[in-house]
Write a protein that binds this ligand. Structure first.
Ligand code: HAM
Length: 421
C-alpha cells in the first residue's frame, strides 16, 4: 500500500517551486531595502509561549495547535504563527539593548494550524512576516503596511484592498470591552458556546465569530471607534495621514478585529478583489502589539508587524492571471561520443559549473541523437560535442542552438571560449 501526503499539506514540485522562489527573493530584496533583517527561530516552542502570546481564547490556541508531549514530558507546540517566537527571541536575546532601534526583523518559514483544509487554508503553510520592535511612531505602522503592499504590487497584483482599524490603547479597550459585555450579556444565551465563553474572557472576539455573525446584535454592537480616547484617535489619524502620503488607498473597517489577542491600536488586512479568488480573500494580516513583550517576560516594548502566506499569494497571482517570468534553460549540454570522451566530460562538466555556467551531461548512456533531444528538453543554449577522435586532437565542437552555427575550438580553451561568449 502506498502512503499519501497528510491532509492540508502540499508537495511543491519543480515547475511550481520557481514561483515560490521568485516571491521569496522579492520579499528578501524588499526587506533589504526597508532594512528588515532575517531571524530564524525554531519550528517548535514551549506551548506556554502561544498560550500567553497568541491568547488562550483564540481559535488558534483552542482548536488549531499541533501540541504534543516530547520524550522529556514537556508540552511542545509546532508554531502556528511567527510573532510570538520573534518576540520571545527579542526578549531572550536582549535585543532591546541593541544600539540600532527599532529592531526590524523578518522571517519566512512553515507554520502549522489544525484547520479544516480548503482552498487557501492549509495545515502547513509558509508565512513571510516582518516585525518592528521598539517604536511607537505611527510612521512605522505605515512602513510595515507599505512593505506588504509593495511586495504584492511588485509581483504584479493589482486587485488589492487594504482595510485598517484601530483597536485603541488599554484605556479605550477597557471602555469598549465594558460596552460590549453590556451589549451582549442580556441575550448571550442565543449565541454559541464559544461566544458564551468569550463574553467574560474576551468579548471582542465575539465580533469575529464565524457561527453567529448574522445575529442582529452583531450589527448593532458598539464599535471601538466610538471608544477611542484622544491618544488612540490621534494615533489612528496619523497612520491614515501617512498612508495617504504614501499613496496607499485604504478603507476603515471598524469591525476588523483580527483573530489573535495581542493587538492594540493599528490592525489591518490586505484582501484580494480578484474574481474567482474563492471564499477566503485575506492575503495578509497584521497590527500593533504593544504589551506582548511584557506578556512574555520582557521589558515594555511597542511592536508592529504583519504576516502573509505564500500559498494565498500564489492563489491571488493565479486568480489575476499574472504570469511570472521564470528563467529557463541551461548554458551548455555536454554530448559525448565514445567511452574516453564520456569519461572526459565528467571533469569538463565540473570545470564549466565551477566557472559559473549551468551545465549538464548524459547519465543514461544515450546515443548522440538522444543526447541532443535531452539537450533540447533542458533548453540548452549551447551543445558541445566531444568524440574520442576530437579528444585525441584536443578539439571540441560547440553548437549554438539558437542560430545553428557550429565552431570547432581547442579543448584547452573551451572554458575561456564560454567566458568570452
Ligand atoms: P494571521 O492573520 O493569523 O496573523 O495570519 C496571517 C496570514 O497568514 C493570513 O493573512 C494568511 O495569508 C496566512 N494564513 C493564516 N492561516 C493560513 C492557513 N491555514 N493556510 C494558508 N495561509 C494562512 C498572524 O499570523 C500574525 N502573526 C501576523 C502578525 C505579525 N501580526 C503582527 N505581526
Amino acid at each position: 500500500m502506498s502512503i499519501s501526503i497528510p491532509r492540508g499539506t502540499q508537495d511543491i514540485l519543480p515547475g511550481e517551486v520557481e514561483k515560490w522562489q521568485l516571491i521569496e527573493n522579492k520579499a528578501r530584496e524588499l526587506c533589504e531595502k526597508y532594512q528588515y533583517r532575517e531571524i530564524r527561530t525554531p519550528i517548535f516552542e514551549h506551548t506556554d509561549l502561544f498560550l500567553r502570546g497568541v491568547g488562550d481564547t483564540t481559535d488558534i490556541v483552542q482548536k488549531e495547535m499541533y501540541t504534543f508531549e516530547d520524550r522529556g514530558g514537556r508540552s511542545i507546540t509546532l508554531r502556528p504563527e511567527g510573532t510570538a517566537s520573534t518576540v520571545r527571541a527579542f526578549v531572550e536575546k536582549k535585543m532591546f539593548g541593541y544600539a540600532n532601534q527599532p529592531v526590524k526583523l523578518y522571517y519566512m518559514g512553515p507554520m502549522f494550524r489544525y484547520e479544516r483544509p480548503q482552498a487557501g487554508r492549509f495545515r502547513q503553510f509558509v508565512q513571510f512576516g516582518i516585525e518592528a520592535l521598539g517604536s511607537n511612531d505611527p510612521a512605522i505602522d505605515a512602513e510595515v503596511i507599505s512593505l506588504a503592499m509593495n511586495l504584492y504590487k511588485e509581483m504584479g497584483l493589482k486587485k488589492l484592498k487594504l482595510i485598517v482599524n484601530s483597536l485603541g490603547d488599554k484605556e479605550s479597550r477597557t471602555a469598549h470591552r465594558d460596552a460590549l459585555v453590556n451589549h451582549f450579556k442580556p441575550r448571550i444565551g442565543e449565541f454559541c458556546k464559544d461566544c458564551q465563553n468569550r463574553l467574560e474572557k474576551n468579548p471582542l472576539r465575539i465580533l469575529d465569530c464565524k457561527h453567529d455573525h448574522e445575529h442582529e446584535l452583531m450589527k448593532s454592537a458598539p464599535s471601538i471607534i466610538e471608544y477611542l480616547n484622544d491618544f488612540s484617535k490621534n494615533y489612528f489619524e496619523k497612520l491614515q495621514q501617512y498612508l495617504t502620503q504614501l499613496d496607499i488607498p485604504f478603507e476603515v473597517d471598524p469591525n476588523l478585529v483580527r483573530g489573535l489577542d495581542y493587538y492594540n491600536h493599528t490592525a489591518f488586512e490586505i484582501m484580494s478583489n480578484a474574481e474567482g479568488f474563492g471564499a477566503i480573500t485575506t492575503l495578509c494580516g497584521g497590527g500593533r502589539y504593544n504589551g506582548l513583550a511584557e506578556e512574555i517576560g520582557g521589558p515594555e516594548t511597542p511592536g508592529i508587524g504583519f504576516a502573509l502566506s505564500i500559498e494565498r499569494f500564489i492563489a491571488a497571482l493565479n486568480a489575476e492571471g499574472v504570469g511570472l517570468e521564470i528563467t529557463e534553460g541551461i548554458d551548455c549540454y555536454l554530448a559525448a561520443l565514445g567511452d574516453e570522451a564520456k569519461d572526459y566530460t565528467v571533469g569538463l562538466l565540473q570545470q564549466l559549473r565551477l566557472a559559473g555556467f549551468s551545465a549538464e551531461r548524459d547519465y543514461l548512456d544515450r546515443k548522440i541523437k538522444a543526447q541532443f533531444k535531452a539537450a533540447d528538453r533542458l533548453k540548452a543554449k549551447y551543445v558541445a560535442v566531444l568524440g574520442d577522435e576530437e579528444l585525441k586532437n584536443n578539439k571540441i565542437n560547440v553548437k549554438n542552438m539558437a542560430t545553428g552555427e557550429q565552431v570547432e575550438i581547442d579543448l584547452d580553451s573551451f572554458i575561456k571560449y564560454f567566458q568570452e561568449l
